[in-house]
Design a protein around this ligand. Structure first.
Ligand code: PEP
Ligand code: MG
Length: 313
């Protein structure tokens, strides 16, 4: 019966009272878009690492442009959020020539690699901009691992100079979440990467299975930081998305919607259950569930409180 219900709900993401919450896709290249794309509202996270991994030289601007064009052309007119190279830490790239580090997760990764290799970011921006212009795609650009508003401002300046008009920052570092308002003063949108934001908030390596309880996306500290970002979006009147795994959990999607998050991006299989659950609840009910989750003393209590109310709602 659950499957029937999921298949019965189609079209764009929205609450029972018609409040739109675009349900976007996390993808790692054009191959993730194979098949029928009519039901895809857009891409909320294009991980561009696929172009750079397993190589000894960086891809040329032309090669990158071709790859981006393939993705953009697959979703005409739809929003595509492109994340610039997120190298370092668990994704080392030999050709960047970065020094080995004792704590790579706290080291030169994400946007920080551009401090040492500004040429790699400049090439990438040029390629994305050309592909966007050639396809007329609605391209939103964002940087990973932004810690300060100054970093966001300098990234935005560089991206706009390269011809990209909608520029944002990922919020994956607690410092950035706490300063979401200041970030949103200098960029057009933010997108919360809950995988890394959870890791850095709880100081728990996201690849360490023994710490799974700390990495639970229902952790109160993580929920509170997400709510801070959503509030900042309301004040600044700018979009606040979530593109970490949390967005693909139907119950958490209700909570995020209730906090005021404006779009959710997830892997393909999560879209149908999230869409069906969202369609069964009004925005007011989502707000109530968000208050319940934020008031809970721990992750398990938050989840069970929301599960109990959502099922009866
Ligand atoms: C995240 O950190 O939540 C995220 C979406 O980025 P990635 O999982 O690629 O680090
Ligand atoms: Mg991340």
């Amino acid at each position: 019966r659950e499957r029937d219900r999921q298949h019965a709900v189609t079209g764009p993401g929205r609450t029972a009272d018609g409040h739109p919450i675009p349900l976007l896709r996390n993808i790692g290249g054009a191959t993730d878009l194979a098949g029928d794309t009519t039901d895809i509202e857009g891409v909320g996270l294009l991980r561009t690492e696929f172009l750079f991994l397993h190589r000894t030289d960086p891809p040329t601007t032309d090669e990158q442009q071709r790859a981006y064009t393939e993705v953009f052309a697959a979703l005409p007119g739809r929003k595509i959020v492109v994340r610039t190279l997120d190298a370092g830490a668990d994704k080392p790239l030999p050709f960047l020539g970065l020094a080995p580090e004792d704590n790579p997760a706290l080291g030169v990764r994400g946007l920080r690699t551009a401090r040492q290799r500004p040429d790699v970011l400049a090439d990438q921006l040029r390629a994305i901009s050309k592909a966007a212009a050639a396809t007329g795609a609605d391209v939103w650009l964002m940087a990973p691992m932004v810690a300060t508003a100054a970093e966001a401002a300098s990234f935005a300046e560089q991206a706009r100079a390269a011809g990209l008009s909608t520029v944002g920052a990922m919020i994956e570092v607690p410092a950035a979440a706490l300063r979401a308002r200041q970030l949103l003063e200098v960029v057009d949108f933010v997108s919360i990467g809950t995988n890394d934001l959870g890791q850095y908030t709880l100081a728990a390596d996201r690849t360490n299975g023994a710490l799974a309880d700390l990495l639970d996306p229902w952790q109160p500290a993580l929920l509170e930081l997400i709510a801070t970002c959503a509030d900042a979006g309301k004040v600044e009147g700018k979009p606040v998305g979530v593109c970490g795994e949390a967005a693909g959990d139907p119950l958490l999607a209700l909570v995020l919607t209730g906090m005021g998050v404006t779009s959710l991006s997830m892997s393909g299989p999560n879209v149908a259950p999230v869409r069906a659950t969202l369609a069964a609840h009004t925005r007011g009910e989502c707000e109530h569930l968000a208050r319940l989750a934020l008031a809970a003393p721990d992750a398990a209590t938050a989840r069970s409180a929301v599960a109990a109310q959502a099922l009866s709602g």
